[in-house]
Design a protein around this ligand. Sequence first.
Ligand code: ZN
Ligand code: ZN
Length: 484
Amino acid sequence: MAGAGLDRVLLNFRVLLGLSATALLAQLPAGDRARVLASMDASAPRYGELSRQLWEFAEVGYKEERSARLLINDFKANGFRVQEQAGGIPTAFTATWGQGRPVIAILGEFDALPGMSQEPGPRRKAVRANAAGHACGHNLLAAGAAMAAVAVRDHLMEKRLAGTIRFHGTPAEEGGAGKVYLIRAGAFEGADVALMWHPSSSNRGDLATGLAISGGRFRFRGIAAHAAAAPWAGRSALDGAVLMAHAVDMLREHIPPEARLHYIFSNGGAAPNVVPDFAELQLYARHPRMAALDAIWERVRKTALGAALATDTNAGIEIEHSSWEILPNEPLTALADKNLRIVGGVKYTAEEQAFAEELRRSEGLLPAVPGSQETIEPVLTQSSTSTDLGDVSWLMPTIQFSAAAWVPGVSAHTWQATACSGTGIGRKGMAVGAKVLALTALDLFHDSKQVEAARAAFEKKRGGQIYRSRIPEGRKAPLDYRAR
Ligand SMILES: [Zn+2]
Ligand SMILES: [Zn+2]
C-alpha cells in the first residue's frame, strides 16, 4: 500500500482505538525494513520446506517429538540457546538469542489434529485413513514463527541492538492446554511481550477476546447386570450420562446466548445386553468471559449430580482443560495491522488459482470473496474460538493475527485446511505471517516506548482481575490425552 494510504489507515486506526498520537510514530526505518523483508524472501524456501516436514509428521498434542526436534535443531544451527523439555514437558522448548531487555517472545504451536489426514489436493482424500493432519495449520504457524525469530536475530546482530528474542515451542494447543502448564512451570517468565500469528483464510489483526473454555469428563458409575434376565439388579451408568445430556440441552435455553455447550458420549457401555456400570460424557463449555463461564460450569456440574441422583448412580467430575479468553492489546494490534498492510496479502499463480477454484466447489466452505487473500481485512473484533494463548495474554501484552494460508472460505479444523497447509498456498501465507511477526518484533526493539505502551494498555485492560487457571492445582500436563 502506498505511503499516504497507509498513513490514513493508521490515523483511522488510532482514532478507532483512541490511541495517543505518539503511539505509532516510531518504527523500524524503511531501509532496514526492506533489508529484513529481502532476507526473509531468501529464507522462505528453507522454512517452507521445514513446514512441509512438520505437515508430514502431523504429530498430535504432547507427542510432537519429531516436530520439536526439527525446530530445536534449526534454532541450534542458528546460534540460539535452547532449553529442551521446558517446564518438564517433553516436547516443549525455549530458544533464546541476545541479552537484556526488551525480551520479545514469539510463540510457536506445532500439534496436529487426530483424524484430519488429507492429501495436499483439492479433493477429499486422506494420506492415511484416520491419521492426524494439520487442519489448524500449526505446521505453518511454527515454521513461520521460527523464520521470524531467526530474521529478528539477524537484524539485532547486524545493528548491534540490545534485547532478547525468544521462541517458545508450545505443545498441545488443541485441547491439551500446553501453555497453561508452561505458565505454571514459569516458562514465560521474563518475557515482556508475546507475539503469535495463526494461519487463516484472511489477513487481519485481531482484537477479539474469543471464548474462555472449560472442558471435562463426567464419569458415571452404576451396577452391571444382565439386561434381560435381571435388569432390576442393575443401575445404568449410561442412563446417568444420557439424563445429564438431556439436562444440559435444557440448560442451553437459560444461559446467556453467547455461551457454547458441546458434548460427546466418550463411553457408552460395551454391549446392549449388559447394563453398563460405566459411562462417560465429555463436555466443553465456553463463554466470552471466564467469570461468566464459572457460573455456567457450576450449573453443568449440577446436571451431572442431578442425573446421578435420578438414576441411582455416581458421577465423578474432572476438569481436563481450561483456557481464559484473550485479553486484547490495542497498541500491539495496531503495529501488526500496520505491518500487514506493509507486507501485503498473498498472490496466487494460475495453478494456485485453479486449485482454489476447485477447492471452493467442495462442501463445508464459508461464504468468501474470491481473491480476498490479496487484501488486508479490517481488524477482527469478534470470534468464537478458544486458545490457550488466552492464558498467556493475562500474563503480558499478547497478540495474535491472521495471514491467508488457506483459500478464502476455508475454516480451521477442516480437511480443506489440512490440504492448503501442505501446499505452496499455505507457504505463501506463512511468509506473510513470518514477515509481519518479524517487523512487529523489530518495531518494538527499535523503540522500547512501544513496549511500555503495550504494557500500559495491558494493565489498564486487566484492571483488578486476577488470573488463575481453572485446571486444578498440582495437575500434571495430560501427556496421554490423545491416547485415551
Ligand atoms: Zn485449532
Ligand atoms: Zn490453531
